[in-house]
Design a protein around this ligand. Sequence first.
Ligand code: AHR
Length: 661
Amino acid sequence: MSPRISHVLAFACSLSCLAAVPLVAAPTPTVTVDTAAAGAPISPQMFGVFFEDINFGGDGGISAELVKNGSFEFADPITGWRKVERPGAAGSFGFASAEAPFPRNPRYARLTVSAVGEGFGLRNDGYRGMGVTQGARYAFSAMARVVAGEAQTLHVELLGAKDVVLASAEVPVSARTWTRISADLLANATEPKATLRVQLSAPGTLDLEAVSLMPHDTWKGRRNGLRADLVQLLADLKPGFIRFPGGCIVEGRTLENRYQWKNTVGPVENRPVIYNRWNVEFADRGKGAYDYYQSFRLGFFEYFQVCADLGAAPVPIINCGMACQFNSGELVPLAELDPYVQDALDLIEFANGSVSSTWGRVRAEMGHPEPFGLKFLGIGNEQWGPQYFERYAVFAKAIRARYPEIQLITSAGPFPEDPKFQLAWSEIPKLPVDIVDEHSYAPPEWFLNNSQRYDRQDRKGPKIFVGEYAAHVPTRRNNWTSALAEAAFITGLERNADVVVMSAYAPLLAHMDAWQWNPNLIWFDNLRSAGTANYAVQRLFSLHRGDIALPIKVEGAPVAENGQPRLYASAAWDKSARELILKLVNATAGPQEVSLALAGTSGPIRGGRAIVLAAALDAENTLDQPAGVAPVEEALEPVGAGARRTVPAHSVTVLRLPVAR
Ligand code: AHR
């Protein structure tokens, strides 16, 4: 990863870079749109999201499970747990794995109590605490058996600050064989950092495994569900696709640590837990997460299911026989690639196969007999070099032969313009590639200067997926400086919709108390969540995407010293609303009058509206003030085809104009 950082820093400009760029004075710019042109279809996948399990995005984040290390499978099995030994109590707490109920997660906790006193048991701290809401119900469950001594009645409690009891339940355990136990807890107060305490009632020995506490209120009320507020923020983006599960998580630091989708389906308790690579990566940055593991409660079934819920195309990424090239770079020899290729073929069967196929049956047994309609597959994440393309060719050949309808996505490496990128683009024409995934993490200036990047793209080559991008200010905050630069860049994606078919900001989610990477699109804590200024831009573009990209020309735009324009525009036609959608991004420090020339239509245009995002360059959305950067909508007076509009300083404006076409 570190080469990435130095690369980014080399580009760095100050927060004031937008304001400070001297602009050459220009007359009123004219924006000309050919509203009658046939135009190019805009892909329904133009704006999507890239989900990766980073910054507690999965466990501790969108996965609603509140117990950390409920399986006791973390490298240090005590992680997340504390022994409870209150006055007068005596006992011990250890681990065993004989006769395990879940063979792929065999370790469980063994509690032996000789004196109960005021309470003996264990306590789970959750993911930097557990977010609990007054009046909400929480489902406690575990596997348990009495090994020695009397039957037990477990005293299960949710505790707040100073151990105030927020909820409690009595849970009997008498079986000498593994039995599922459960109880409902009703919280009497709201607490962002609750803990779960389980105490025994009698001397003896008890085994405990797969301890879980799930809110009833999950997305769509599902039992192994997702955090409803976080999924709602995704739903509000109306994403055209979800790319998952990463990111470097796909690659692993070593091949052993790679993401293996087959280990993430089936009963949740039996999905083998592995350490999350972000547990060790960037340990010196952000808020370290020595306790970051992947329980795979959020597995491939859950990913596909949320895609179906949101009407987003699933875009899974599979390991291509390479571990992360920023880490070990471990390679699977070409002659040993078959199991990896088979995983890819089986994944397509899992998503799309009939219920009588091997993997289609697994999907059906998990509750989704209908196919998930997989159309895209990414081979490798952010790979580069000749070894990648050798491996890509093997995957592509096998997948094309069996599933020619699947569109294959290839990587162009980690940077948008370097020798790795050049090599990728020299290899790509020789290979069966449908879509190329380009990544750009760079300072705002790069995005401002690259709005015309895809104007130059070869129209005969594969399509483009701007799969990971974010403008990084030196502080790496999610402020308006970065969001505005991204908006300028996105107008270039829209203008080139004939070749750019997908895009996603990266990364998506970050827990305020456990992040390794910033900036991120959405920040959250145990109870709250907020879309950033960058989120506001993504949402604005996604909600006002349109169906057809219309030719647009900006003349007389203010330009920066480097000659690059600082007024950006794109135009689209919304077929069902029968509206022209015009987007204007003003990256200058002053209001800008713009003359609109709408060729092919005649005024007056009635019923138009403007939706505007404008803010100070350092403005941010926070958990305390989630709507600092938010769109403001205004109804427009009837305008003629040659109207003028003044766009505010540092702003993004969407004009929706009902026009005849
Ligand atoms: O989004 C953070 C990381 O950036 C991703 O895991 C990787 O693909 C890229 O290097």
